[in-house]
Design a protein around this ligand. Structure first.
Ligand code: FAD
Length: 342
């Protein structure tokens, strides 16, 4: 078994609600570690609508979703949370002596006294492109996320797609891979204009190849790709390819949460409205993932749930400590935790 990382509270999901939970838990001196499948914090806000304004965050008549995430990160910085990105929590088990053990899809092991499930709509999972036989190459030759750029060093990398992920990885991998080819079905790209300009400059200078067309076939054996076929306006061409990175967007699926022995209500986790605790004591669920009568899937609701959950979590983490209600405005002890000067 790999080395165990221990913390007070393990938060599954670094969306807006998971992030704010760090603040509420931090006020009660609980250390937090957040794990997310995505490669950055922010959940739906960062992944689905970063540039859209939100109009119902108290105190902000309008705030862009990414800006809200950035401000949440600033707000929780005094509590120094640990983050593990690009990992899915795949298993959750109760420990005999109390607490929980969580395992990621890459085999890392975490132990915590309390688990907070802030998994939103579930796990973001990549959409599989309609390429015949692709399953046989998934894992090694076909990758839907780049976990370590170094693993792609010296490879003939083919990136497929026209959005931000496809363009970002084309630019980032160009100096690392033996050769990068970007394939998109049409000459227009949805990605940020700056990235598109940079990509065209690399293609014009011959540093990468840009091919307009669709992947129609895969050549290789034993799970290892050698080349791919691309059907374009001028017919079919063969492109050298040992690593294929399709970026066709993400869908949300409940994922492994469904296998953890918790009661479920239409793919959501029922909780009480005093502690936001699940059917398993010590496991809480906040934000879009939970359900109770009258539940509204709003960021605002998740923030409220985080505040109440933190009080209950403190009883689990430090059962002998008395909880004192304090305002952040006037409590000098909270000011010290937040780094507010006297
Ligand atoms: P999420 O933001 O969904 O984050 C959950 C995170 O958990 C994800 O990053 C996911 O990758 C991760 N995760 C899930 N399972 C696992 C696992 N097993 N292991 C590791 N990580 C996991 N709300 C408002 O209040 N106002 C609005 O105006 C508004 N506008 C919206 C507009 C759009 C287009 C959309 C899509 C949503 C909008 N919402 C709005 C809803 C709001 O975004 C959600 O309520 C909010 O994101 C929920 O936050 P969360 O932290 O609970 O979950």
């Amino acid at each position: 078994m790999s080395e165990i990382t221990r913390t007070d509270v393990l938060i599954i999901g670094a969306g807006p609600v998971g992030l704010f939970a760090v603040f509420e838990l931090g006020l009660f001196d609980m250390r937090c570690h957040l794990i997310d499948i995505l490669d950055r914090p922010g959940g739906q806000c960062a992944e689905l609508y970063p540039e859209k304004p939100i109009y119902d965050i108290p105190g902000y008549p309008a705030i862009n979703a990414q800006e809200l995430v950035d401000k949440l990160l600033l707000q929780i910085a005094p509590f120094k949370p640990d983050f593990t990105f690009n990992r899915m929590v795949s298993a959750l088990q109760r420990l005999e002596g109390g607490g929980f053990r969580l395992t990621t899809d890459e085999g890392e092991v975490f132990e915590a006294k309390v688990v907070v499930i802030a998994a939103g709509g579930g796990s973001f999972q990549p959409k599989r492109p309609p390429i015949p036989g692709i399953e046989a190459f998934e894992g090694a030759s076909v990758q839907y996320a780049v976990r370590r750029m170094e693993d792609l060093r010296g490879h003939d990398v083919v990136v497929v797609g026209g959005g931000d992920s496809a363009l970002d990885w084309t630019l980032n991998l160009q100096p690392v891979a033996r050769r990068v080819t970007l394939i998109h079905r049409r000459p227009e790209f949805r990605a940020a204009p700056d990235s598109v300009n940079k990509m065209h400059a690399l293609a014009d200078s011959g540093a990468i190849d840009l091919v307009i067309g669709q992947v129609s076939g895969l050549n290789g054996e034993g799970g290892e790709l050698r080349s791919i076929q691309v059907k374009g306006p001028d017919g079919e061409v063969e492109v050298a390819c040992t690593r294929l990175l399709p970026f066709f967007g993400l869908t949300m699926k409940l994922g492994p949460v469904a296998d953890w022995g918790l009661n479920l209500h239409e793919n959501q986790i029922p909780v009480d409205t005093e502690k936001f605790e699940t059917s398993v004591p010590g496991i809480f669920a906040i934000g879009d993932i939970n359900w109770y009568p009258g539940k509204l899937k709003l960021i605002l609701s998740g923030f409220h749930e985080a505040a109440l959950m933190a009080q209950a979590a403190k009883h689990v983490v430090s059962p002998k400590e008395r909880i004192v209600f304090q305002y952040t405005t006037s409590s000098t002890s909270l000011h010290r935790k937040l780094g507010v000067p006297d």
